[in-house]
Design a protein. Structure first.
Length: 500
């Protein structure tokens, strides 16, 4: 019997009423294992209404109440991390260790939310004028929404909702319809931790659900992570409807390797960052820029390592890389490799013919490595979101920097060098929101914010960290003057000494 994933509204499962369902496949077999209910406008409205009703009390709840629930949720999440990782592997295809790592990075933001009281402290200035004080406070927005991608079905939602609800908001999540089960399990754990009904809701679906959240008058803010075209659409549409928006888009992350770099370390990093999670992550290194005469040696070292990667079902402990999420995505990724030679690139490794014995219908693709890729090739210009690494060659640091800064994306980047001066110059001159120095995937820890520049971010706030707290609250400044008790009207004795 096919499993059905339903919505979570008002603290309980809400069976799909639209009659529309989407297929969820096991990427390792290609088999449809699950159906997910797609929400109608009315079902989205029901979720928003539940969140709005819950906000009346949740928005006035104490910090102690909110954080105590989050502490219990954290303990439950830690106890069930293997179970959640198995759900991720079954629907996304990534190997179990990758899925566990995803849950761990989500836990970092839960940790941050548990200590939210520090971030929500206000400010006070006394005696700005005679008997006048000025204070600033931060208050929740109300109902906020999150729209999240398939590649991190647990982590990215946890980049959003723990901070949002810790700040006093209520939340409606629209996860990817390709791997929806993890989000519902998170909702169940939140309920088990004691979160009041309606504070956290999950609606599944497609553009119908997304557009209703973007236009709904009771949704005050929208967080999004996904591709650049959709991020731009989310930002434009939600902003036009008067909402606060943070929309994180796509990437083409470059790793600059200088001639003095440890090439073994650089090759290890390139392979891990390009092919980990099958390249389906916005912080993957998809372009290595080799400076000077090291290019041939570096490419050979990358090739040697890439050929040893064990590809297989994510449930197999021996697998280091799993399949891609869908057959359509697999075919799209393969098309970039098929067209690379015709665009002037040298195809060092072609993984498009790869398959796994006994799982021939899975969404398999092997490792691909493209060298001497021209900057006008589609494989370089587009975000491929698969296990394809492009290597570009430059003669100088300045040429490499100009190449990187000319990209329309500015999510993350890295430099590999032993020269501290070169690294310092790069981190100041490169046009990207996150920079790694001898670190290939510079995803910030939870108490620093995540976000890119240029076409990798639409909106003013990065996600989580201090930016996340500011995004989910709005500031208010209060100016106060109280009369001195000594100036009370005659006949009223407040027991205050009249000595002036």
């Amino acid at each position: 019997m096919t499993k059905i994933v339903n919505h979570w509204i008002g603290g309980k499962t809400a069976e799909g009423a639209s009659g529309t369902y989407g297929p969820v496949t096991d990427p390792a077999t290609g088999e449809v294992t699950t159906k997910v209910a797609f929400a109608s406008v009315e079902e989205v409205d029901a979720a928003v209404a539940a969140a709005k009703e819950a906000f009346l009390s949740w928005g006035q709840s104490s910090l102690a109440q909110r954080t105590s629930i989050l502490f219990r949720f954290r303990a439950l999440l830690d106890a069930h991390r293997d179970e959640i990782a198995e759900l991720i592997t079954a629907e996304h295809g990534k190997v179990h260790s990758d899925a566990l790592g995803e849950v761990a990075r989500g836990l970092e933001i839960v940790d941050l939310a548990c200590g939210i009281s520090v971030q929500l402290k206000g400010e006070l200035s006394t005696q700005v004028a005679s008997r006048v004080d000025v204070s600033s406070i931060r208050q929740p927005l109300g109902v906020v929404a999150g729209i999240t991608p398939f590649n991190f079905p647990a982590m990215v939602p946890m980049w959003m909702f723990p901070l949002a609800i810790a700040c006093g908001n209520t939340f409606v999540l629209k996860p990817s319809e390709k791997d929806p089960s993890a989000s519902v399990r998170l909702a169940e754990l939140l309920a088990e931790a004691g979160l009041p009904d309606g504070v956290f809701n999950v609606v599944h679906g497609d553009k119908v659900a997304v557009d209703r959240l973007l236009e709904h008058p009771d949704v005050k803010a929208v967080s999004f992570v996904g591709s650049t075209p959709i991020a731009r659409y989310i930002h434009t549409t939600a902003s036009a409807n008067g909402k606060r928006v943070q929309a994180l888009g796509g990437a083409k992350n470059h790793m600059l390797v200088l001639p003095d770099a440890d090439l073994d370390a650089a090759a290890d990093a390139a392979v891990s960052a390009a092919y980990g999670s099958a390249g389906e992550r916005c912080m993957a290194i998809s372009a290595v820029v080799a400076v000077g005469a090291i290019g041939d040696t570096l490419v050979e070292k990358i090739r040697e390592r890439a050929e040893k990667i064990k590809i297989g079902p994510g449930s197999d402990p021996a697998s280091e890389m799993g399949p891609l999420i869908t057959k359509a995505h697999r075919d799209k990724v393969a098309s970039y490799v098929h067209g690379a030679a015709g665009e002037g690139a040298e195809v060092v490794l072609d993984g498009t013919g790869f398959t796994v014995e006994g799982h021939e219908d899975g969404h398999w693709i092997g490792i691909s490595l493209l060298d001497k890729v021209p900057t006008d090739a589609k494989a370089y210009q587009d975000e491929i979101f698969g296990p394809v690494l492009c290597v570009l060659r430059t003669e100088t640091y300045e040429e490499a920097l100009d190449l990187i800064n000319s990209s329309p994306f500015g999510n993350g980047t890295a430099i590999f060098t032993r020269d501290g001066g070169a690294a310092r110059r790069f981190q100041l001159e490169v046009e990207a929101g996150m920079v790694g120095v001898n670190v290939p995937i510079p995803v910030p820890v939870g108490y620093h914010s995540f976000g890119g520049w240029k076409d990798s971010l639409f909106g003013d706030h990065h996600i989580y960290g201090n930016d996340g707290t500011h995004f989910y609250t709005r500031g208010k400044v209060v100016t106060t003057r109280w009369p001195d008790p000594a100036d009370a009207p005659t006949g009223v004795d407040l027991g205050f000494p009249r000595n002036h």
